[in-house]
Design a protein around this ligand. Sequence first.
Ligand code: ADP
Length: 987
Amino acid sequence: MLSELLLKRRAEILHALCSGGSVEHLERVIDMLLAQGELGWEDCQNVLVPGRALYSNARQLLDLVYTKGADSCELFFNAVKQVLPEALGDTFFLSGCHSTLDYKEKPQRTSTEELLTQRPDLVLKLQGCIDGALRVLVESGHFSPTDCDGIQLPIYTPSQQARRLLDHVRSKGESASLVVLQYVQQSLESESSLEQTNPSLTKEFVKYQKKLRSSVSAQSRFLSTYGGTSHMPLDDIYTEVQMELPNNSADNYKSMGFEEIIGPVGSVNDDADTVLASGEAGSGKSTWLQRLHLLWSQGKALQDFLLLFPFSCRRLNSEQRDLSVQELLFQHCCWPDRGQEEIFQFILDHPHLVLFTFDGLDELKQSFADEHRICCPSQRAPVDVLLFNLIQGSLMKGVRKVVTSRPEAVGPALKKHLHKEIHLKGFSLSGIDCFVRKHHSDPNEAAKVLESLQANTALLGLCHSPVLCWIVSQCHKELLGCGEGSLQTITDVYLMILQHFFQHHSTVKSAMGVNWLQENLGTVLHLGQLAFEGISNSSYIFSVTDMETCGVTESDICMGFLIQSKDMSLANSKCCEFLHITLQCFLAALFAILSRNTGCSAISKLFELQEMKKKRLRGTCFGACLNSTNIPNIVKEHSTMAETPNLQITATFVSGLLSQRYQKLWIQCSSSVLVEKKTKQAEKCLSKGMQQHFRSIPQPVQGEKKSMHAMPEFVWLIKCIYEMQNSRLAKDAMSKLEAEHLKLTYCNIGPVECTALAYVLQHLKNPVGIQLDNNSVGDVGVEQLLPCMHICNSLYLRNNNITDEGIHKLIDKVIHLQNFQKIALFNNRLTDACTKHFSYLLKTRQNFLSLRLGNNNITAEGAKQLAEGLKFNRSLQYLGLWGNKIGNEGAEALANALENSESIVWLSLVGNGVGSAGACAMSNIIRNSTSLEELWLTENCITRTGVESLTQALKHNHHVKSVWLKNNDLTSAEIEEMQQTDSRLVF
Ligand code: ADP
């Protein structure tokens, strides 16, 4: 009778077990049947076949139970009732089934048997403490770290990890089983003592916290870029990245702990709860956030937060339903097995104990908007609306949120809701060193890679970007095989990784032939189309259907460019994403070039994106180009924030791939006529783009130089020209630039951009001032700029993370260049060691005009060095040392050197710890110099004696216009009195 019932309700049971898409229900039923001895291990293997559809597995179980007979069916029904009490309705169980699970009576002799009979319970208990259980198993010598890695693969849910652990323990025998049973017992005891010490944390809450921790840990242990080839534990490879806190120059570039980042330092809005970490593609945002997750889950950071909910905006895109906050948290992060309401109430009551993280806000299909406000946590809304309300604080006020994004997606509407913003700036030079050493277990190999990077600074510059550093390390064999300096552009590096992946999977283990691309053309075109359509449609996660549409085969997937999507809720649906967004852009660019179906219009639409945007055709531009190419147009109405940057990266790769250097590669793979046409088209677009930019330069204000303030796309165009390695194009473009001053402040210029800038700017006809303040040029960037220094008359590099090393290289070059007359280096990392180079410059160059070294770390020793040079210099007009530490001794040395100067016009020693002795020395300059007009001595410790000396000196001098003395050691009475003596003294 029960067997008949099983047949009759088959469809209903299958639906109940499988409709959620998760294998969890089926596995729990199987756990129970295993525990009761109704199923054996072999049965289990026949039912749960990896890779087979969930429904097929469930059918297999039903068939098996049916053939085993009525007793089996009864136990099966009981198990289903336990797992899904509501699913099939009460009537279903009126047939005499027992409502509780009876384990078959068996004397329990061994721990291994106990492990089996308690399996359902153990799975539940273990999922909150996998880490700990593995630790004791390793400590007791039963498990190796490789065993642990196999169990904690991120593709498994916490309960699956628990099952794998139990299965593995079973294979290790009796004493391993005993260790696990004892561990679970102990952790239950400590759990109950935790509850006693902190009564507000209920049992259900503590269980949930453990489950969440374990799920966050599983998701964050491995780095996804290694997914195609191996699983690299984050703990082993993580390398600190540089960070910048805007408005807090003192802390710039030092790496900050997570506590510090989330805490009050650098806050711009104490009422706001959201901390934003921004950075370019590949600068390490996701990895940094992953590190935060891992350290929290390991109990090593941010332990004030009892719960951490990690979200990926990329994955939230696929949520079509309206959700409440509770549903968002529990369905997208971690499901509480019991006590949902109670746990959510705890979150509402203790927002300061909870942290949300959102990775990749730029990848959300909708742009941040502050229009639709909701504040009730139970109200359902589309996911983007929920997210924006969480970020700006109308929902769940007090919960801290950490968001990562590319800078383009951060508009003013979002900025006003930020607690603070930090910029991720990639690896420092020592970071590159450290990463390469971590990546290569063989120290000799690491040393060779580092050596070849030192020999090619253009490549070293690229390695500041973590994703490129990873590629270069990954392809070290190819790198070492290349001649010195042969890898120059980002396109070179990505082509290298393409070749590397093919090589890795080549069945013929010998070196690939020259036709490596042709041999793998099918894969390139399939993946290329998938990437291309994804970029045009802002899609980064691809379903099996998407892949089939583009002809992507199993063997294409095996190449390693695609990895399985990490989304737990999609664990069984085999969705894929590219290893990194930049790789998707690169493959899209290859497709644009190689596909015979994409014409020249696709190329021009890609480059004219900015133009189209200006004409308010956002969102349809790339769609139009797809339309013209027989590829289905799948572009959505509204474009995403990510669209422009991704298309720009794609266009940069297109430029690189269309370089003359690669034309040979395309001959066998596409129509050479078509590729040539595309090349001409790209050149035309770049040249047009530059001209349009130059046309926008305003006429100069009277008395000022004609100045061009570069827009972000100027840097992008320059990078495209560099990738193309087309000096004719660079020359043409520069012959049309008429500005005398190029302002490129806050343009996100790092070493890579410096290489491209120098490549193009060196063709300028007349010398210009180059203003690069507030970027991340660094020492490597300075070196990259050297080729264009001959057309530079003034170089502004304020706030650029430059050290004495960079200055050394710069001065070695400019010492011979007569055009070079001014330099500003405010707020870098300079010390006394750089002053000997400046001293040499001053001695050698008698037309050098301005040296500004404010806010560095120069002491009296440095000032003495500078004075050595100044003694022999007849040209310097401006000397700025604001915010150093030269003290009286330094001031005296400088005064001694400048005493009879006929050139110095402006001298600043503001904030240098100068006292009256220094001021008295300065009086000598006032007394004897024929040129000095302004002397800045604000914020020092000058007393009455010093000021009197200055006053005396002023009596003999009519050139000096002002002496600034604010904030010194003077009483208000003294100030009042001395102000009378000379109106040029400013207090
Ligand atoms: P973003 O999110 O800014 O695009 P990712 O975090 O995805 O950048 O970084 C790209 C790749 O660079 C990573 O997959 C990893 O290989 C490497 N990487 C990034 N940051 C680090 C880091 N701090 N330590 C080690 N490798 C890193």
